[in-house]
Design a protein around this ligand. Structure first.
Ligand SMILES: [Zn+2]
Length: 368
């Protein structure tokens, strides 16, 4: 799961789902318990109102997605025959900042690592900083070598592995609606990274990897002052991966990069990892999702090449050859992984309707 910290920023307790102003607040309501429940209720509602389902549905729920799905590959290996399908609706989906329904046809991969530096055997009086190395500075210098101030990843060989978008993908990006003012407002920022906009912004968001410092810890950070020279420093980092980067290449390149710059003392503690997964935006799954969303929301859904997040899509869909697409009950301000995670109640009910229509459309029946 994603820890609910910082707890004091939640307006209501994270594990007490609370309805307020037409929204439901709680950890996981958007990512992703809301969608999982809505789909079961869509199947129930379809049976209650339309009769037998027009196709066979297999529901695969696993509880380790947020920590890397360590056991899913073995499960798929063992039960692959029973999991084969013509299409897969992935767990996540959101309305964009302008309130348009979106459909995503893939996921970025992820590589999660911890960088750790130990200098001395124990903390020391900071007057000794003249002669005893400081692991916090070692870590900061190492981190500074991973990315420059233009937000370009500078790990040796890393960007060479990034497959550029095709001409057709770039053309699709030109047409792809993306509510820039809405995103600036929701996130309370004045400009996007590098000051980008338009097709460059969309290309960076959908087709570039990331290198994100998720947290840094060293020394004393409590109230008041403490003049201490810390003995250890560590940072947690995630990389969101696009083809052809894999978690294995990232750790190998990162190790070689740090060693090549004299940072042999920076230890890499590998965390979870998943490769990226991409599916055509005109697959049978995506087309049925478009029909279902158009009929439900009364507007043309926005079809993203992928969701910029990660999940075990490759472990299931690539492994079994199942074209995937995702849509769901979240919104652009759902605050996934953050305090006050929420979904609009109306979006929850709409997702039930959209998923029921998807089942109908995927079976080749006309939706209305
Ligand atoms: Zn998540």
């Amino acid at each position: 799961m994603q820890p609910p910290d910082p707890l004091d920023e939640w307006e209501t307790p994270p594990f007490d789902p609370t309805e307020r102003d037409g929204y439901l607040f709680g950890r996981g309501v958007s990512d992703n318990k809301g969608n999982l429940m809505a789909r079961l209720q869509a199947i129930e509602a379809y049976r209650a109102t339309m009769g037998d389902l027009p196709l066979r549905v297999r529901v695969l729920y696993e509880g380790e997605e947020e920590s890397g799905s360590a056991h899913l590959a073995a499960f798929v290996e063992r039960f692959g025959d029973r999991l084969k399908a013509d299409g897969c609706i992935w767990e996540a989906g959101y309305k964009d900042a302008a309130g348009r329904p979106t459909i995503s046809c893939g996921l970025k991969g992820i590589a999660y690592v911890q960088l750790r530096v130990r200098a001395a055997s124990k903390d020391a009086h900071s007057s000794l900083a003249t002669i005893v190395p400081n692991p916090a500075w070692r870590l900061v210098w190492a981190l500074a070598s991973l990315k420059n101030e233009r937000d370009e990843i500078t790990i040796d060989g890393f960007m060479d592995r990034v497959r550029p978008p095709t001409a057709a993908e770039l053309q699709a990006l030109e047409r792809l609606p993306f509510d820039e003012p809405g995103m600036l407002r929701i996130h309370g920022i004045k400009r996007f990274v590098r000051g980008l906009s338009g097709v460059e912004l969309k290309t960076k968001h959908f087709f570039e990897p990331t290198c994100t410092i998720c947290g840094i810890v060293s020394g004393y950070t409590g109230a008041g002052s403490k003049t201490v020279l810390p003995a250890v420093a560590s940072a947690k980092i995630d990389f969101r991966l696009v083809p052809d980067l894999t978690p294995e290449t990232v750790t190998t390149l990162l190790r070689a990069h740090l060693d090549g710059r004299g940072f042999g003392d920076v230890e890499i503690v590998p965390g979870h990892g998943e490769p990226p997964s991409r599916w055509p935006t005109d697959s049978i799954t995506a087309r049925a999702a478009v029909d279902a969303c158009r009929a439900t929301y009364g507007t043309e859904p926005v079809v993203y090449p992928l969701l910029a997040g990660s999940g075990p899509m490759a472990q299931v869909c690539d492994k079994l050859g199942i074209p995937a697409a995702g849509f769901g009950s979240g919104n652009a301000a759902s605050a996934n992984h953050a305090p006050n995670e929420n979904i609009a109640i109306v979006d929850y009910f709409d997702h039930i309707r959209a998923f029921g229509r998807f089942l109908h459309a995927f079976a080749g029946r006309p939706v209305a």
